[in-house]
Design a binder for this molecule. Structure first.
Ligand code: GDP
Length: 369
């Protein structure tokens, strides 16, 4: 049988010899843990200073928590987030903010990944955010279906944050703008915002970035490309992706088409002629050219003052777009208004009151209640 003193097992089968190797070793006494203690550890609340220090010291875990706070719709979180944002404000504004738009499947993610990796190799820190107001409806499935930017997510200087998944475009825009500020305070040099959703998201992204890149595929005509009217007009660069293999000629024809089309449009940015180029994100060909153009753009607009002017304009517009959203919310959430709307709609439809009368009645109700 077993010698005493040498790791004596707690139990062995009867009549077993030394050849028996499966021992039941003495167990370790369980330490009694208070469940509430675990909760306390897990839910340790960060103070404004904790958030501030973490963000400034580039602690990504704290940055992520701060963004979660920014994305919360609870008033307590909103108030705390505002305090944090106020404190980090002096450390914001130093990044290059780039918007990337284009029809689904054009290669936005592939482009952002290639550009992001390229920038990380240059020693820059890159944050990638997304705007997808439609994910409220699809429950984020657009992002969920795809493995997003695997290579870039492995770069230590890259941070990828999916779109806040709930809310109106106005709400998502507020959250994204505040997230940009948090990322800037955390030292990211380049912030890329991808539009994934439908509707007005391109215009919204344009209103928060310095440079707006439109990714298209070989094929002429906006309708064919699946882009909305007006998107070309707000772009600072048109990049025709998938210029590889048999597509190269077709991509060049598309380039000529868009060059001509742009000739008839007003420039998206004062003093800047929107370039059109072809490239292949998949083969990593031309990604450096995109970055060179962005840098030329920054040189031009910083020299002629347009960069600064746009940033100032954007922040003031942000204030008033929030005022509008807030007034709208307050109006439509007021019980007196909710109750009066069916009756007033009926009166308008029956021709009993004019639309103008209806507005006066609703606003009076709102102001008196
Ligand atoms: P997104 O929906 O605009 O983000 O597009 P993705 O980046 O997800 O790309 C859609 C598809 O196009 C994927 O299958 C990519 O592999 C492919 N793709 C992206 N860039 C290129 C490219 O430069 N050349 C080719 N041939 N295919 C590409």
């Amino acid at each position: 049988m077993y010698e005493e003193n040498i790791n004596r097992p707690e139990w062995v089968p009867e009549n077993s010899g030394k050849e028996f190797t499966t021992y039941v070793m003495p167990g370790v006494e369980a330490v009694q843990t208070d469940v509430n203690d675990i909760k306390l550890v897990k839910r340790k609340k960060l103070s404004v200073d904790d958030y501030y220090n973490g963000i400034i010291n580039r602690d990504i875990a704290v940055l992520s928590k701060a963004i979660t706070l920014i994305e919360s719709n609870s008033q307590v979180h909103i108030d705390l987030a505002q305090e944090v944002l106020k404190k980090i404000l002096p450390h914001t504004g130093k990044s290059v903010r780039i918007g990337v738009s284009g029809p689904p499947g054009a290669g936005k993610s592939t482009t952002i990944e290639a550009l992001g990796c390229y920038l990380c190799k240059q020693g820059l820190r890159v944050a990638v955010l997304a705007i997808d107001p439609s994910s409220t409806l699809t429950k984020g499935s657009i992002l969920g279906d795809k493995t997003r930017m695997e290579l870039l997510s492995r770069e230590k200087n890259a941070y990828i944050r999916p779109s806040p998944s709930a809310g109106t475009l106005g709400g998502v825009a507020r959250k994204t703008r505040e997230t940009i500020l948090a990322c800037e305070a955390a030292g990211f040099d380049v912030i890329i915002i991808e539009t994934i959703g439908v509707g007005q998201s391109e215009i919204t992204v344009r209103s928060m970035v310095d440079f707006f890149l439109l990714v298209l595929i070989p094929g002429s005509g906006d309708e064919l490309q699946g882009i909305k009217k007006g998107v070309v007009e707000i772009s600072d660069m048109i990049a025709i992706n998938k210029a590889d293999g048999e597509n190269i000629n077709y991509a060049n024809i598309t380039k000529t088409h868009y060059k001509q089309a742009l000739g008839m449009l007003q420039a998206a940015t004062e003093g800047w002629k929107t370039p059109v180029m072809t490239y292949s994100a998949l083969n990593n060909k031309g990604i450096d050219k995109i970055w060179t153009e962005i840098n030329t753009f920054l040189d031009v607009t910083k020299t002629n003052g347009v960069f600064d002017k746009r940033r100032k304009h954007q922040i003031i517009n942000w204030v008033f777009s929030m005022v509008e959203d807030e007034i709208k919310n307050r109006f439509y959430n007021k019980t007196a208004i909710v109750n009066a709307i069916p009756k007033i709609e009926k009166q308008v439809l029956m021709g009993e009151i004019t639309p103008t009368n209806a507005v006066t009645a609703l606003l009076e109700l709102y102001l008196l209640n």
